[in-house]
Design a protein around this ligand. Structure first.
Ligand code: G4P
Length: 311
C-alpha cells in the first residue's frame, strides 16, 4: 500500500435491512413520546445518524453518550453542554457497568421525566412514556437496554447489525421500542465514514485494515500524541513520520516481521485497530463539538404528533 492512497477510499455500507429499519422508524415514530438516541461518546457527531435525526425531528430527544468510559472526560463535558444548549437531554453513560442497573436507570429516568414534563402539562403524554431507542450499529444499544432493564433481553455482539427487528421492552413506567442499529446511505464526509470504521460500526470485511490503521494514527497523533508515544514506546521523532511509516515503526517495535526483515503491516494494522477499540491507548475522543447548534427545542414543542392520552 502506498502512502498516497491512505484515507482516499470511499467507504459505504448500507445493507437492505437498514433501509427497512428506516422505513419502520418512519411508521412507528407517531407511536412514541420521545427518542433516545445512543451515540458513541468518542465520536458524538459522526455517530449521530442524519436519517434518524430527520425522521425523529418532531420529538423530544435524549442523547446518551455511551462508552463514556472510553472517551476523554473533558471533551465529553463539552458535548453534554452542546446538546443541552439545544434543549435536548444528554447523559454520559457506561452501559457495561455490571450489576448496576440502577446506575443506568436512575439518571435516564430522571432525564426522560424532565424532558416529558412540559408535554405532560399539555396532556400530550400518557401515564406510560413510550421511548424509541435508536442508534448506529455497535454503539452499545443492546448493552444499554440490558442494563436499563436489568436483564439480558437484547443480544449483545461485536458484529455490526446483529440486533434485528422492532421489539417493545417494558421497564417501570417506560415502554422502550428497541430499533435495530442503522447507518445511512451516503456518508457526508470521509471523516465521518472513517470515524465510524474506527469504532467498529462498519463491517470490517469491507474495509482496508491498513488504511484504517493509518487513518487512526493520523488522527490520534494530532490530538493525543503523548498517548501514542507512550503506548508504543516511541520517541518524539516518530511524530515526524508519515502514518504509514509510523505503522511500520510500530510493527517493527512489536517484532511483527516477515521474511526478508520487512514489517508485516497488515498484522500491525490489525493489532493497532484492535488495541484502539479495546481502549489500550487510554481514553480518547476523536471529535470536539462544532460551532453550529442542534435542532432548537421550540420545534419539538410545536409538534402535535405525539400519541394522545388514550393508553
Ligand atoms: P449494538 O447493540 O449497538 O450493536 O452494540 P452492543 O450492545 O452489542 O455492544 C457492542 C460492543 O460495545 C460490545 O463489546 C459491548 O460490550 C461494548 N459496549 C457497550 N456499551 C459499552 C460501554 O458503555 N462501555 C464500553 N467500554 N463498552 C461498551 P464486545 O466486545 O462486542 O462484546 P463483549 O465481549 O464486551 O461482550
Amino acid at each position: 500500500m502506498s502512502e498516497t492512497i491512505v484515507n482516499r477510499r470511499v467507504i459505504q455500507w448500507f445493507p437492505g435491512h437498514m433501509a427497512k429499519t428506516l422505513r419502520l422508524m418512519e411508521t412507528e415514530i407517531r407511536n412514541v413520546d420521545c427518542v433516545l438516541q445512543i451515540l458513541d461518546a468518542r465520536i458524538p457527531q459522526s455517530s449521530l445518524n442524519p436519517e434518524i435525526e430527520r425522521i425523529t425531528s418532531g420529538k423530544p430527544h435524549l442523547y446518551v453518550l455511551n462508552k463514556a468510559d472510553l472517551a476523554d472526560p473533558d471533551i465529553t463535558r463539552q458535548w453534554l453542554q452542546y446538546f443541552k444548549t439545544a434543549g435536548a437531554g444528554c447523559l454520559p453513560m457506561d452501559s457495561k457497568q455490571k450489576g448496576k442497573a440502577g446506575a443506568v436507570r436512575g439518571p435516564i429516568t430522571q432525564e426522560l421525566s424532565a424532558l416529558m414534563e412540559r408535554r405532560r402539562r399539555k396532556g400530550m403524554v400518557g401515564a406510560r412514556i413510550r421511548v424509541m431507542v435508536v442508534g448506529i450499529p455497535n454503539v452499545g444499544k443492546s448493552t444499554f437496554i440490558n442494563s436499563f432493564a436489568g436483564t439480558t433481553r437484547a443480544k449483545a455482539a461485536n458484529k455490526p447489525g446483529v440486533t434485528r427487528g422492532k421489539q417493545w421492552i417494558t421497564v417501570d413506567n417506560f415502554d422502550l421500542m428497541d430499533m435495530p442499529g442503522v447507518l445511512w446511505k451516503k456518508f457526508d464526509s470521509l471523516e465521518t465514514a472513517t470515524n465510524l470504521a474506527f469504532i467498529g460500526s462498519i463491517k470490517d470485511d469491507i474495509l482496508d485494515i491498513e488504511e484504517l490503521a493509518c487513518g487512526l494514527l493520523s488522527s490520534v497523533r494530532q490530538i493525543y500524541p503523548e498517548k501514542l508515544l507512550a503506548r508504543y514506546k516511541l520517541g518524539e521523532e516518530a511524530l515526524q513520520l508519515s502514518p504509514y511509516e509510523l505503522l511500520q515503526a510500530i510493527g517493527a517495535k512489536r517484532g511483527m516481521l516477515i521474511s526478508g526483515g520487512e514489517v508485516d503491516t497488515e498484522r500491525a494494522a490489525k493489532m493497532l485497530v484492535g488495541e484502539f477499540r479495546a481502549s489500550k491507548w487510554g481514553r480518547i475522543s476523536l471529535e470536539r463539538p462544532p460551532e453550529r447548534a442542534l435542532v432548537p427545542q421550540e420545534e419539538w414543542e410545536e409538534d402535535e404528533d405525539a400519541p394522545q392520552d388514550d393508553r
